[in-house]
Design a protein around this ligand. Sequence first.
Ligand code: PEP
Length: 254
Amino acid sequence: MEVGLIRKKVIIANWKMNKILAEAEEFLQEFLPLIQDVDQVEMAICPPFTCLDRMQQKLVDTKVFLGGQNLFYEKGGAFTGEIAADMLKDTGCKYVLIGHSERRHILAEDDDVIKRKLQVAIEAGLIPILCVGETLAERESKQAIPIVKAQLASLQGIKPPIIIAYEPVWAIGTGINASADDAQEMCAIIRQELKAIYDESTAQATIILYGGSVKEENLAGFLNMPDLDGALVGGASLNPLSLANLVRIGENIG
Ligand code: PEP
């Protein structure tokens, strides 16, 4: 099956609901010179919608891509406050986050909604980054694997390319990261599940990220694992030097 992506190191920044335009511009002014010579790592920033257009202009002729943090599952019409996949594409996005735990848990998005979002993203030519992960209670009750497998079922009938981000909910924004071994164990299971949903070559070619309190001290441990291709980074991506250092760690590992 054609997956349309080359498996390489990937660092995606999720700025969440942070930064006004001036702050985003200031960030890029500092960040871009620091990563100018990077060529082994795919880099993308998912800023708030309000920053996309201006950032697109600043990122022309750079190696940094843009992603949306969310989209709506309809293509257009009377959906006040929502953003369509085509609008993200039009404003320069390559990627879109779908099913982030904050949307699953704070905004009650379920797997059906997530599946519809995956579908419109693919139709618009965006690469969805499907976020999956268990809560602490689910991990403690030994439900982590079935929960993640159930979340991956949203991929049935969705044509690759897709990226998967394994983000244990208890690790997001808490400063408590999963161990590299635990992340590897789950990412190997995710790859097995991709094989069941698609086929062996798609499973092997799919980029799988870890997310959850990634920082300079722990990133290399994740990137050295066989089934982890990169990271989805929240808090540590808000500072240009910190994000550049994470990218450099990826570059050194290659
Ligand atoms: C995230 O927002 O996807 C995330 C992983 O956040 P943090 O790095 O802050 O844990």
